[in-house]
Design a protein around this ligand. Structure first.
Ligand code: COA
Length: 155
C-alpha cells in the first residue's frame, strides 16, 4: 500500500477513557503514576499509529507534569495529538482529564510529551507522512513543538 504524502493534524487525534479501579491505585488511593504513564503511552500510540499508518515504537517520554491526584472512581480521558514530525519521528502531546462521574466535575490533570518513531518489520525507522496543521490552534501547537525540538537538539 502506498502511504499518502501528508495527513492533517486532525486525522490522527486519539482518545481513551478508563474508569479508575482499586487495583490501579497507589497506597494513598489515587491512580498509581506508573499506571497513568501506561495510559499516556497507549493514547500516544493511537495517534502515532494513525499518522504513520503502521508500526511505531516509543522512543522517548520527554516530560510529564502531574498536576492533580486522580482518585479511585475517576473517569480518566487521555487525548493525544501528533504536533510535529521529522523524517521517521513524531512528537506527540497527551492531555489527561479527570472527571468525577457522579458530579460531572472535570479537571485537566496532566500533560505529557512523547516521541514515537515509525519502523518497518525489521525495526528500522521509516519515513512518515508530513503533518499539516489547519486551525490557528494547530499552527500554534506545531510551532511550539518545533521550537521545543530545536531547543532540545542544541543540548
Ligand atoms: C527508536 C528507534 C527505532 C530508533 O532507531 P535508530 O536506528 O537509533 O534510529 P535513528 O538514530 O536513525 O533515528 C531515527 C529517528 O528517531 C529519532 N530518535 C531516536 N532516538 C530518539 C530519542 N531517544 N528521542 C527522540 N527521538 C529519537 C531520531 O531523531 C530520528 O528522527 P527523524 O527520523 O525524524 O530524523 C530504536 O532506538 C528502538 O527501536 N528503540 C527501542 C524502542 C522501544 O523498545 N520502545 C519501547 C516499547 S514500544
Amino acid at each position: 500500500m502506498t502511504l499518502p504524502a501528508s495527513h492533517p493534524m486532525s486525522f490522527s487525534r486519539g482518545e481513551i477513557s478508563v474508569l479508575i479501579m482499586p487495583h490501579m491505585a497507589n497506597i494513598l488511593g489515587d491512580l498509581f503514576g506508573g499506571n497513568l504513564m501506561a495510559l499516556v503511552d497507549q493514547a500516544a500510540a493511537i495517534a502515532a499509529i494513525r499518522h504513520a499508518g503502521g508500526r511505531v515504537v516509543t522512543a522517548s517520554i520527554h516530560k510529564v507534569d502531574f498536576r492533580e491526584r486522580i482518585p479511585i472512581g475517576s473517569l480518566v480521558t487521555c487525548r493525544s495529538t501528533v504536533d510535529f514530525v521529522g523524517k521517521s519521528s513524531m512528537d506527540i502531546t497527551v492531555e489527561v482529564y479527570c472527571e468525577t462521574p457522579s458530579t460531572g466535575e472535570r479537571k485537566h490533570a496532566n500533560t505529557a510529551h512523547l516521541v514515537f518513531v515509525a519502523i518497518d518489520e525489521k525495526g528500522k525507522p521509516v519515513t512518515v507522512p508530513r503533518l499539516i496543521p489547519a486551525t490557528a490552534e494547530e499552527h500554534e501547537r506545531y510551532a511550539a513543538a518545533e521550537r521545543y525540538r530545536q531547543e532540545h537538539a542544541k543540548k
